[in-house]
Write a protein that binds this ligand. Sequence first.
Ligand code: WT7
Length: 649
Amino acid sequence: MDQILNVLPTSKTAHPDMNVLKEIRKQSLENPEAFWQRFADELFWYEKNGPVYQPIDEPPYARWFPLWKTNISYNALDRNVSSWRKNKVALYWESEDGYRRTMTFYDLYKEVNKFASVLKSLGVSKGDRVTVYMPMIPELVVSLLALTRIGAIHSVIFAGFTSQAIADRVNDSCSKLIITSDVAYRRGKEIPVKDIVDEALRHTSTVEKVLVVQRGSGEVEMVEDRDIWYHDLMGSAESYVEPERLEGTFPSFILYTSGTTGKPKGATHGTAGYMVWSYFTQKLVFDVNDRDIYWCTADIGWITGHTYVVYGPLISGVTSLIYEGAPDYPRPDRWWDIVERYGVTIFYTSPTSIRMHMKFGEEWTKSHDLSSLRILGTVGEPINPEAWNWYYTHIGRQKAPIVDTWWQTETGGIMIAPQPGLAPIPLKPGSATFPLPGVDAEVYTEDGRVAAPNEKGLLVIRKPWPGQFMTLWGDPERFKSAYFTRFPGCYYPGDFAMKDEDGYFWLLGRADEVLKVAGHRIGTIELEDSLISHPAVAESAVVGKSDPIKMQVPVAFVVLRPGHMPSPQLRIELINHIRGTIGPVAAPESVYFVEKLPKTRSGKIMRRVIAAVVEDRPIGDITTIEDEASVDEVRRAYEELKMELRMRE
Ligand code: WT7
């Protein structure tokens, strides 16, 4: 684990000595006011009144730029359009079937202004919530920037989610408008996006209008007085909309993420702190410059796409690439083909994707010239050293450093990572290295003591940072209890971590009942709730099982209601039930039928015990268990199905 690679700074402006990092971080934590003022000054503000940083007594313990006024869309577009970057490429878009579209900052600026005017004409104004459910097409970027331009709060829902997930989120945010498309394309197949939205709208009451972007043939049913084609309104739209002058803490977006209850959490970000953080981290970690062709493969439906496909690159004036489709379509080298054709210089993806490409085999990379790549990034889960080395060798050809970036939906942007824009950090495969300036990360033991070197503990962030989310939409109490009570005064991200003898951070996975499936956060309780909503299920417990590619996959144990019998058909039906209620990303690998679940005497399901069986680990302490036979039950069900599957192979 301690393989150390000396990586030189890739930036001409970077400091050659790594010790400078410590010094800069110290300054940033001791005097946040002066430190962040310096970076904020690189951006545009309508007003700079009052403090940069205002400590408060309760979570999140600070407000950033509370009285300053700015607009994110202005900073991403107008600021670049008024410079020499006006006709620089802002977006390269490539469809799955190979069609290409190039948009300069000026093109994007014009389209965003027009769309902002359309939104205003439909009565959308500052503070309104708008749900966006769309595939990876340029209009998705246009939508986000048009919404932030007029101060409307966007709630993007990943296009792989189901109508029920849309309905829940629309109802929680009380969205008055939905922006969507007729269809999407994935692996050559057409996905009926608009139909999914129509179904969702049968369970909501706040949505007044549905704006539909035409991606396919446009043959969808349009509900009169509710559904409107995007292109019908854009033709007659105004060409300029004055951006709203938003106060620093005004909410810019809500992004729903899984937690430890059945209800997703609406992480709500502000305006100024988020903007400064996305800009600052984009520069520091990816060391972007005007010659770069930058590609983050994440879907805009997740936080990585918000910050590092849309806001970070555009605010930094960087050319960003968007690819619509599947990574292995039509062949496993589609990504490497794109890197070669556009001369991508910075590439950011997930460990799951890397492991998938490892499985396809390096022969798919060999026929492509990948020498343009100078920085590689990963995010979403811990990266195993094998995947790290494969990425470093076959994609980076041992020349591009890997920035392993730890962060979360809630943190707005990268928190712990190598910082080639600042100084060289010798890399250790599997370690995200050191916290960024402004990030007071530490590892605590269960009882709140600073962990010793190499002692596994829990990650905490002890001081506010500009990118921090401001609340959970409509649920300030859960905001406090989920994140700020575990260790008083600290932000608790819910991750295991360790610091080694050199002070390197190793992020070791979730410490709560949230799984990481192919980099996505899946709450086990959400899956259990979904299963219980099926008429055959009385009780259920969902745990994670290690998976060589996805890192974890959910497996479910269920107790049936009287009158229902276990059967392979019912098993498939239950898996499809989860696909239908939450989405395919959450589908369990299998469902096991048991008579009873291991529980404590107070009735709490002992998921830890079930997980141990599934992972073939020692069960550990079960003195609190109500009925020891339940463990054998779980073991029997698990062994039986494994056997059955093996026989079928
Ligand atoms: C969780 C956050 C941040 C954008 C994508 C996921 C895990 C994230 C790493 C990393 C180890 C990581 C953590 C974290 N995670 N990056 N580099 N090394 N673990 O965002 O869905 O909010 O998930 O992803 O467990 O808490 P998210």
